[in-house]
Design a protein around this ligand. Sequence first.
Ligand code: SF4
Length: 142
Amino acid sequence: MTNTIHRFIQNGEYIVVDVNSGGVHVVDKLVYDMAGLLEPPLSEEMPERLIAELKDFPEDEVRECYGEIYELYKDKVLFSEDEYRKYADIAVKAPIKAMCLHVSHDCNLRCKYCFASTGDFGTGRKIMTPETGRKAIDFLIE
Ligand code: SF4
């Protein structure tokens, strides 16, 4: 299955993570429970079985909830597809999904409470050379 969600409860908050989009949704119990009962692709019409499966909730709230979940699905932030799956099949074994260049091992704000020793993690302030940056981009393109 490529439309993956992950649900968990943390400090009393109901959380649904849409793995492929990276969307993190803090939801109520009804959305949480319903998300666990759904499999994509979702249809615009709510599956009637949800009324019985969520019988602890009023029917109108169940219908409204499904509409909200469906909107998130249409916006591709819940039950979204793995956009990179197709590249895994046609390209290399481990396709690069993104590249983040750490161009500045420093920070000009120098906050006293900094988690990173004011930006250099206590290892000295460094800036990436243009040559290294170009090599990284060449590598990505290749
Ligand atoms: S906390 Fe550290 S990295 Fe963040 S802005 Fe302040 S000095 Fe920079």
